[in-house]
Design a protein around this ligand. Sequence first.
Ligand SMILES: [Zn+2]
Length: 122
Amino acid sequence: MTTVVDVAEMRRLLEEERARLSGAAAFLDRENPGSLEDELGEISHGSADNHLGDMATATYDRELDEGLGEGVQQTIGEIDAALGRIEDGTYGHCEICGKPIGAERLKAIPWARLCIEDQRRR
Ligand SMILES: [Zn+2]
């Protein structure tokens, strides 16, 4: 896998996904009031409700196998970490072996920290 990853594109994907997940988290918060309120205050107060519903639906149509609620928050944390790695210039390299993570894998999971081999080993 030597395909070069377009970091600018990945950043855009990450930010898009983050916005989607924030919408989903706000949606879940409405179902389960109180748990996510503090972190998502600006979003739950700033956007139209039906929008959040659409975004949540769109998110679940994608391969979000993380479960709900905490899984969404965790993924948002992973996305923030990935955006930080873009800033650091370490984005797209496996945290264990340091090899580049395949572009195909990054397109499927833009916040992936590990190459597919190390992920499987876990
Ligand atoms: Zn690796």
